[in-house]
Ligand binder design. Structure first.
Ligand SMILES: NC(=O)c1ccc[n+]([C@@H]2O[C@H](COP(=O)([O-])OP(=O)(O)OC[C@H]3O[C@@H](n4cnc5c(N)ncnc54)[C@H](OP(=O)(O)O)[C@@H]3O)[C@@H](O)[C@H]2O)c1
Length: 240
């Protein structure tokens, strides 16, 4: 029987495009927020679709549902992330910082992914090879920040990176065969990037399918020695 992959934020453009390739090797369990329908092609290829509002009680229930039907997780992918929304606009200047906005960025981009890892980790076998890949962003690299702007998005992805790095240190002792990594997908045509892509040259704006192929290829090649890395879609290391 194929191992199980859980993909959170499964309705994201990138995650949806990853599902067909993941389904070749895994039984895929898609997790979305409540009331989200999966796209037809992704929906046909998943083994199960669960919803979660990512509160801690809901994450406990999610873990229990996965445990009772699929037992173990060999691959966890998290694509949850936000950049803009009804009350959310990336800040260009310090004067635009707003407590509620910053709270949203940190909740969605850093805290939710970390809690997904916390609650689903008990389903990851300790003694077998397993992988956990979280979609971060190059723009969250502190050492790479030359342009400024987008305070909340950058800072929340930097926080995600630190949470993942810290977990990777701890888990390298308890889960020696786990590779836990942060992945940069590249600028990809999606609802998240759509308002900001007019100045991105066409050859630097990738389709979700191209990005998905690249990310699945990086994930396929992961070994436990890769744990704690921040990885570009081409497989190279990114500065934290
Ligand atoms: N597109 C890019 O250029 C780019 C570049 C660098 C990094 N990334 C990262 O790649 C990941 C996927 O992005 P994408 O481009 O595929 O974007 P997307 O299509 O907008 O998907 C983002 C997904 O995150 C989940 N999400 C959004 N708001 C949420 C909230 N308030 N609470 C919980 N979940 C929420 C949703 O999943 P459900 O609908 O399934 O619940 C949504 O589909 C994100 O982490 C993003 O930061 C993207």
């Amino acid at each position: 029987m194929k191992p199980v992959a859980v993909i959170a934020g499964a309705n994201s453009a990138i995650a949806t495009a990853m599902i067909p390739a993941l389904a070749e090797k895994y039984r895929v369990v898609a997790v979305t927020r409540p009331d989200r329908k999966l796209g037809v092609s992704a929906g046909d290829q998943v083994d199960g679709h669960l919803s979660c509002d990512y509160s801690e009680p809901a994450l406990e229930e999610l873990a229990e549902s996965i445990r009772s039907e699929w037992e173990e997780i060999h691959l966890l992918v998290c694509a949850v992330g936000t950049l803009h929304g009804a009350n959310l606009t990336p800040e260009k200047r310090l004067a635009e910082l707003d407590r509620d906005q910053l709270d949203q960025y940190f909740q969605v981009n850093a805290i939710t992914p970390a809690l997904i890892l916390k609650h689903l980790l008990p389903l990851v076998p300790r003694g077998e090879p397993a992988k956990a890949a979280f979609l971060s962003a190059k723009i969250g690299g502190i050492g790479d920040n030359r342009l400024g702007g987008w305070y909340g998005y950058r800072a929340s992805k930097a926080a995600l990176n630190m949470l993942l790095k810290t977990a990777s240190v701890e888990l390298s002792r308890s889960h020696r065969k786990l590779s836990l990594v942060a992945l940069h997908p590249g600028t990809t045509d999606s609802p998240l990037s759509e308002p900001f892509t007019s100045n991105v040259p066409d050859d630097n704006l990738y389709s979700p399918e191209t990005t998905a192929d690249r990310l699945v290829s990086v994930i396929s090649g992961l070994t436990p020695e890769d744990t704690g890395r921040f990885i570009h879609w081409d497989g190279s290391d990114l500065p934290w």
